[in-house]
Design a protein around this ligand. Structure first.
Ligand SMILES: Cc1cc2nc3c(=O)[nH]c(=O)nc-3n(C[C@H](O)[C@H](O)[C@H](O)COP(=O)(O)O)c2cc1C
Length: 200
């Protein structure tokens, strides 16, 4: 499983939280000497496939490129500079494409939500395999759409960098700041309203 980050969390969690959930963080410092094996790539895709989706339409697809391929370089070139500086060391770049309608024309208004859940499950599976994932909104969407050949009604919704964690001291200063920023969370009371029954 992915090792927890070297720096302490700035927020408390239930001590019995599933370790797999508690251990995840957005890895940006990757070990560029380690590839992700084909069977692990397949397992990540399978984890995404298990995701629930509205009416089971599964209105998304993934486009995965390994480092040292032309496709990886094209995806990397479409990332915002503040992402490209560290994502170049990732083993994989995964483009998540959402579909606004199913093949039979059924609208998929939940496509982004469904793709988000698929990406979350891919991330959990990656964590279990000792891999880090960082999802990225910072990218040039139209450049990516042509790289992954988006059909009409398809949109690039997210790009994820995946790989084995490396040395955080290799991170460039801007990425380090974002990295550290992730260690805070809103409180339970801020994010959830809970109505408990009298017996609880
Ligand atoms: C939709 C989405 C877009 C994100 N975009 C970026 C990004 O462009 N660059 C980046 O470094 N991190 C990005 N992140 C990662 C967040 O910054 C990170 O999840 C947050 O700071 C919490 O930190 P943690 O994941 O380490 O717990 C993104 C995360 C999500 C879910």
């Amino acid at each position: 499983m992915l090792e927890p980050p070297s720096r302490a969390r700035a927020f408390e969690l239930d001590p019995d939280l599933t370790p797999l959930v508690a251990a995840r963080w957005s890895v940006r410092a990757f070990d560029s000497t380690r590839a992700v094996g084909a069977s692990d790539v397949g397992a990540l895709v399978d984890a995404a496939r298990t995701a629930p989706s509205a009416h089971n339409l599964q209105p998304w697809r993934l486009w995965i490129a390994e480092r040292d391929t032309e496709q990886f370089d094209l995806i990397l070139a479409s990332l915002a500079e503040y992402n490209a500086v560290w994502a170049s060391r990732a083993a994989l770049l995964v483009v998540g494409v959402a579909r606004d309608a199913a093949a039979d024309g059924t609208p998929c208004p939940w496509a982004d939500y469904d793709l988000g859940q698929a990406t979350a499950l891919l991330t959990v599976e990656a964590t279990a395999r000792g891999l880090g994932v960082c999802q990225m909104a910072g990218r040039d969407e139209s450049a990516l759409a042509s790289v992954v050949s988006c059909a009409p009604g398809e949109r690039v919704a997210i790009v994820s960098a995946v790989g084995y964690p490396g040395d955080e001291r290799d991170l460039d200063p801007a990425a380090t700041a974002i990295h550290r920023g992730g260690r805070v969370r809103r409180t339970r009371d801020e994010v959830a309203t809970v109505a408990l029954s009298a017996g609880s």
